[in-house]
Write a protein that binds this ligand. Sequence first.
Ligand code: E4P
Length: 219
Amino acid sequence: MKFFIDTADIPEIEKLIPSGLIDGVTTNPSLIAKSGKDMGETIKTICSIVSGPVSAEVTATEYNKMLEEGEYLASLAQNVAVKVPLTPAGLQTCKALREKDIMVNVTLCFSAAQALLAAKVGATFISPFVGRLDDIGEKGMDLISDIVIMYENYGFDTEVLVASVRNTQHLIDAAVIGAHVSTLPPKVIHELYKHPLTDKGLKAFLDDWAKTGQQILPK
Ligand code: E4P
């Protein structure tokens, strides 16, 4: 499973690169606003430090303007994936950008029917939002399962990018289902390492080792 990092915070991305876990980045207008930085510069910088896909989202809602924004964002770097909303204009833009061989991430997906439409217009990624579905009392992970089965049934190439991930369990459930990608907020990535038995076990090993007075490296 590929891990994308869901942030526009460049220092956070730089900190996580050495972990070797990061296969790409997703941003959205809210994350750009939170960063307080210029969008174009932010996307260019992220693309220069991450070799995988970097999602940059359009903000126009009408087809012609959306296409123009998408083409501009794609011109910023070769690894930009243009993010478009799951609307008729967004899907039309997706089709046009895919015909130019530009990667497209179709976002704000909340139903299996919507995911089917995105695959039919050749989306590179579909982003179903599990956390926001859970928030309204639905089972976000059921949607992931339906989309993975549906795409397998018809051999669609569109990758299922699990978005709005809030915790470790979301990631595990998505991986068990076989989703291709999860985009994770930095906080969730840090939590993945943690287990109380790891901490307890390490402390016991180090305490016992200290009692031996030995050092591994020759003096
Ligand atoms: C990523 O592509 C999405 O925009 C993001 O995961 C949404 O997450 P949120 O529901 O926590 O805002």
